[in-house]
Design a binder for this molecule. Structure first.
Ligand SMILES: *Cc1c(COP(=O)(O)O)cnc(C)c1O
Length: 365
């Protein structure tokens, strides 16, 4: 068996230790005589798996007691509809900060449910930065303010945590799509009304969606909200109103345990800073490659970069793949290359990429 360095934006690489443990437990989970996929979600074995996963996530992110953790399905894209259906209540509008493809998509979906107001947009600059909070212009009475704090496609990450108290609008709950940087850095959950993300970037398999929601925001859903997507129903039933994605929750739980063994979020954040610095420092020092994102807003997780001579793109991709470095092609809307370096990517993988890039530049430059 030989494994590649996998720079996929998602579904993305998982820690090898986690995959090995899952493989060992595939046929017989801890003496249960069956694998996790075959278990009743209401049985004592799976209940213990789900409870441990939730407790470990709560510990890792220091989620306050007045927040509920929900294990849902539908991915982040379904949440673009589920969020307005749950949070609008008596409001008829919501505010959106548009910083890239994902928040633009969220805005578009919200317009099916409410008046969605653009509080700030980075589109004029080609989605390469995050507008400062002092430039955000909130509407009079929005149900919430939506942000995507790491734009996976553009490689733009908030260099600050959205904090509406700082601009005198503490009453408006902040919603954040954290799909592609959850658990990669410290986040102050108490600053948000709701955090959500698909699992397949930094947590586990596709099919599991994590929602962390402040309790006072439960019970506001509009009548058309599907019962299975009503946060209050999901919360009241411990994420088991319908059958949850049991195997996804199990793998997520193994990833949370792995993360705790690494030293938790603070330790992985230090590693992520080192990984990003290694790659961006090389990009900045080289005339052969370039990053187009405002240096203050560069994502630590998703690093789009361009070859100065784009006619070499196909050769770059073919040679990098032959060297065991895969999934480096940029998103079609951005072009160029993109290296996604989530928690599970070790520094050695980023070093292998930089070594390859340096060698390629020396040969073709
Ligand atoms: C991947 C991603 C999505 C889409 O997630 P799905 O699971 O496909 O619905 C949405 N937002 C962000 C920030 C993402 O990275």
């Amino acid at each position: 068996m030989s494994r590649v360095w996998n720079f996929s934006a998602g579904p993305a690489a998982l820690p090898e230790e986690v995959l090995k443990q899952a493989a060992e437990e595939m046929l017989d989970w801890q003496g249960a005589g069956m694998g996790v996929m075959e278990m009743s979600h209401r049985g004592k074995e799976f209940t213990s798996i789900a409870e441990a996963a939730e407790a470990d996530l709560r510990e890792l992110m220091a989620v306050p007691d007045n927040y509920r953790i929900l294990f849902m399905q539908g991915g982040a894209i379904a949440e673009n509809a589920i969020i307005p259906m749950n949070l609008l209540g008596q409001h008829d509008s919501a505010d959106y900060v548009v910083t890239g493809a994902w928040s633009a998509k969220s805005l578009k979906e919200a317009r099916r449910y409410c008046k969605a107001h653009v509080a700030a947009s980075a589109e004029a600059g080609g989605f390469t930065s995050v507008p400062a909070m002092t430039e955000w212009s909130l509407s009079d009475d929005p149900a919430y303010l939506f942000t995507c704090t790491n734009e996976t496609i553009g490689g733009v990450e908030y260099p600050f945590e959205p904090d509406l108290a700082a601009i005198g609008r503490a009453e408006v709950p902040v919603v954040a799509d954290v799909s592609s940087h959850i658990l990669s850095r410290a986040m102050d959950v108490s600053k948000y009304g709701l955090l959500f993300g698909g699992a397949q970037k930094n947590i586990g398999p596709a099919g599991l969606t994590i929602v962390i929601v402040r309790e006072d925001l439960l019970g506001r859903s509009v009548p058309a909200c599907p019962t299975a997507f009503d946060y209050k129903t999901v919360a009241d039933n411990g994420s088991m109103y319908n059958t949850p994605p049991t195997y996804g929750i199990y793998i997520a739980g193994l990833v949370f345990q792995w993360l705790k063994r690494q030293g938790g979020v603070a330790a992985i954040e230090a590693q992520n800073i080192a990984k990003a610095k290694l790659l961006y420092d090389y990009l900045d020092a080289s005339d052969f490659y370039a990053s187009k994102v405002d240096p203050a807003c560069r994502s630590r997780m998703n690093v789009p970069f361009f070859l100065a001579d784009e006619s070499l793109n196909e050769v770059f991709l073919a040679e990098s793949k032959a060297a065991g470095l895969v999934q480096l092609k940029g998103h079609k809307s951005v072009g160029g290359m993109r290296a996604s370096i989530y928690n599970a990517m070790p520094l050695a993988g980023v070093q292998a990429l930089v070594d390859f890039m340096r060698d390629f530049a020396a040969r073709k430059g």
